[in-house]
Design a protein around this ligand. Structure first.
Ligand SMILES: C[S@@+](CC[C@H](N)C(=O)[O-])C[C@H]1O[C@@H](n2cnc3c(N)ncnc32)[C@H](O)[C@@H]1O
Length: 221
């Protein structure tokens, strides 16, 4: 798979089958930081100043959202339990060479690379604060008893993969979110807002990442 340089200089990938990039062409790093780290994790921790948090990500991909969350939690002494669902895991060499090493501490980058392949099979301890599991399966077959604090919904866009944005898929993933939990995604559409309201969420239009006016944040009531 070929690397593509985005607007902020960070790399992304292009998925030929789907016909879509893994991140915003305006900037992979700035999108990950804005939508998921700042509007998701930091937003949640400001309102719930816990020293423990759990995240479920739909579409683990390159692990960019994971490493940013793990670096933030490691620096702020917050325990993070992270589960990424990924139907088509990338080869570890593709991740190692994508150039995301400079976005996080050297030690975390090293621990992530050592953990990635193992996390596809089992829950792994990345460091004393961070646990990672990558569920190698399609989202609709994923089941867990865990109730997460935050959902990072990072599916390919609805025009390319509409089945990821249906009421069925949204109902399936949001049942793994706690009451008061935060759901974030980079997109916002009328259909998505209606679906999330019907699923019992308070909807918020938050400012979008560069290149997008708005994004959706939703709190489970
Ligand atoms: C927009 S990309 C995710 C980018 C990722 N969060 C990152 O930082 O690199 C969407 C991801 O969803 C995965 N995917 C596609 N269909 C899926 C399905 N049915 N279940 C789970 N994951 C799926 C793709 O393989 C891809 O990695």
């Amino acid at each position: 798979m070929d690397y593509v340089i985005t607007g902020d200089g960070s790399n992304t990938l292009f998925n030929q089958q789907i016909g879509e990039h893994y991140h915003s062409k305006h900037g992979a790093l700035q999108e990950a930081k804005h939508v998921f780290l700042k509007s998701g994790l930091e937003f949640y921790l400001e309102r719930n100043p816990n020293k423990e948090v759990s995240i479920l990500e739909i579409g683990f991909g390159t692990g960019l959202n994971f490493i940013l969350a793990a670096d933030y939690c490691t620096m702020n002494a917050v325990k993070l339990s992270y589960c990424g669902i990924e139907a088509f895991p990338l080869d570890s060499a593709v991740i190692q060479n994508i150039g995301y090493n400079s976005f996080v501490s050297e030690l975390l980058w090293q621990h992530f690379n050592e953990s990635y392949s193992k996390a596809l099979l089992n829950l792994v301890t990345v460091n004393s604060l961070i646990d990672l599991q990558i569920a190698h399966q399609k989202v609709l077959t994923f089941e867990t008893d865990h109730q997460y604090d935050i959902i990072y919904f990072d599916a390919f866009a609805a025009v390319h993969q509409p089945e990821m944005w249906t009421d069925e898929t949204l109902a399936h993933v949001t049942k793994f979110l706690k009451t008061g939990g935060v759901f974030v995604t980079y997109a916002i559409t009328g259909n998505l807002k209606r679906s999330m309201k019907a699923l019992g969420f308070a909807i918020e239009k938050a400012p979008g990442a560069p290149g997008k006016r708005e994004m959706l944040r939703a709190i489970k009531l």
